[in-house]
Design a protein around this ligand. Structure first.
Ligand code: APR
Ligand code: MG
Length: 278
């Protein structure tokens, strides 16, 4: 048996969630950039965008395709858009100075264009979250700001080359080993998601369950992490609290409803009530 990481608990969440100061304004919480959604997977931009805007962010810019924008706007008029931002972000000239945090990947393919975009984003002076299509087998430059990878087991296998069957019994050990090796934070998703930081610190998440085993819930998590990074002073707390609350929303759902029935966007609907308890 491996030494599993400790749980990030209710008490930890209580003591680390930020307050929204009365004198604050949207600039206090910063602008997040979300590169997500494509013509085949437009919903990913909406799911992650909704979650980010529910998670304490000041302003959100969604970089997605011209065809996806009008699909997202009716459900999320609060965001602004960077038309074809995903493609334009690969440009050497692009500047990311204005952003407090960046997330890329939901609803995007892992192709050469993505690789160029990721390489540019890693030059930004802020936390960068890589999910779904942005996850691939590569090394990472040394950065002052955190690089956060959010793989499910299949994606973890893709980025490390280790077979799923060879790491699932030792999730803490393997997530920590690769976090250190790559110099990044690894959020190894699934039941009891493991959060492994590059300095060796690691936690396990006690919330959430099989209600989350449905397409789109990962996109929602990426949005929550982006939003939390914008409103937390401490980026580690932001990551841990996003994962905890994401699961807590699913737990809230299953108090009175079947775990078969949860839709990913409903996590964002539940978040205000769940967060309100803290
Ligand atoms: N118990 C607890 N949590 C679970 C369980 C479970 N049994 N099953 C799933 N989850 C949680 C995971 O921990 C994670 O937070 O649900 C989420 C699922 O995330 P993903 O596997 O990433 O699923 P999702 O992203 O929604 O799938 C569609 O995959 O390849 C990408 O681009 C594609 O964006 C699309 C996405
Ligand atoms: Mg996913």
């Amino acid at each position: 048996m491996e030494n599993k990481a400790q749980y990030w608990t209710n008490e930890h969440v209580h003591s680390t969630l930020p307050k929204r100061e009365e004198s604050s304004h949207k600039g206090t919480y910063g602008t997040g950039l979300l590169l997500a959604g494509s013509d085949d997977m437009p919903g990913a931009a909406l799911l992650s965008g909704l979650a980010a805007m529910r998670s304490g962010i000041g302003k959100l810019v969604i970089g997605t395709t011209e065809r996806v924008i009008p699909m997202v706007v009716p459900a999320l008029p609060e965001a602004t858009y960077w038309c074809d931002g995903f493609t334009k972000a690969a440009d050497e000239e692009s500047s990311f100075e204005d952003y407090r945090a960046i997330a890329v990947g939901p609803g995007l393919a892992a192709d050469r264009k993505m690789e160029n975009t990721v390489q540019q984003l890693l030059k930004a002076g802020c936390p960068v979250v890589l999910d779904a299509g942005a996850l691939s087998n590569r090394s990472y430059p040394k950065r002052e700001d955190p690089t956060i990878l959010t793989p499910h087991p299949g994606e973890f296998a893709r980025i490390t080359g280790v077979e799923v069957a060879d790491f699932q019994q030792k999730r803490t050990y393997n997530a920590s080993k690769w976090a250190r090796k790559l110099g990044v934070t690894i959020v190894l998703k699934g039941n009891e998601t493991v959060i492994a930081f590059p300095d060796g610190e690691a936690w396990r998440n006690p919330t959430g369950g099989s209600a989350l085993a449905k397409g789109g819930t990962g996109d929602t998590l990426t949005g929550m992490i982006l939003g939390m990074l914008c409103c937390h002073e401490n980026w580690k707390h932001a990551v841990l609290n996003a994962i905890y609350l994401h699961g807590a929303c699913a737990d809230e759902w299953t108090k009175s409803r079947s775990s078969h029935t949860l839709l990913a966007h409903e996590l964002s609907d539940l978040l205000p009530e769940v967060w309100g308890k803290y």
